[in-house]
Design a protein. Structure first.
Length: 165
């Protein structure tokens, strides 16, 4: 962890505060920890943990953010990238750019991710349509779309779990 007020504790997974921290400090530290859990080489084995990390990273944005979790053939993280930022209730997502990023990183699979600033993670018809469009575009270049996760302060929704993939 690269945060000046926090250092590793004696037991693995524990931390010691070197000085008082604010709520903003705690949120920043949680985001840094979540980002480290989605860092290069990490295997994604527990969907609930992945949801938790993504929620920590995206739930507090006041605008929509669309991101890609790029994975190798063994579903280990290559990179987590925020690609597009939008407004309060939408973000323009360009399939060409998504395909380009997947090719640049030599990804075998991706997980699509975006947030709903309203807090409600339920997918809209536009979300389902985008999922289909991106899945088709990525299929053409041999990249599997494993999921599309929508993050809100009320939790995360997996479009794969809902049968849309």
């Amino acid at each position: 962890m690269k945060y000046h007020k926090l250092k590793a504790g004696e037991m693995t997974g524990t931390y010691v505060m070197e000085s008082p921290v604010t709520e903003a400090d705690i949120l920043r530290m949680a985001q840094q920890l979540a980002m480290s859990r989605l860092s290069k080489g990490r295997a994604l084995t527990d969907p609930k943990q992945v949801f938790s990390h993504l929620q920590t990273l995206l739930q507090y944005h006041e605008h929509e953010v669309f991101a890609l979790l790029l994975l190798d053939t063994r579903h280990r993280v290559i990179s987590f990238q925020e690609l597009f930022r939008g407004t309060l209730d939408s973000a323009s997502v360009y399939p060409r750019e998504v395909v380009k990023i997947a090719l640049e990183h030599n990804a075998a699979a991706v997980i699509l991710v975006h947030n709903h600033p309203s807090g409600n993670p339920e997918p809209s018809q536009a979300d389902r349509s985008l999922t289909y469009t991106l899945k088709e575009a990525l299929n053409l270049i041999g990249v599997r779309t494993l999921d599309h996760i929508i993050v809100g302060s009320d939790g995360c929704v997996s479009l794969a779990e809902q049968g849309y993939l």
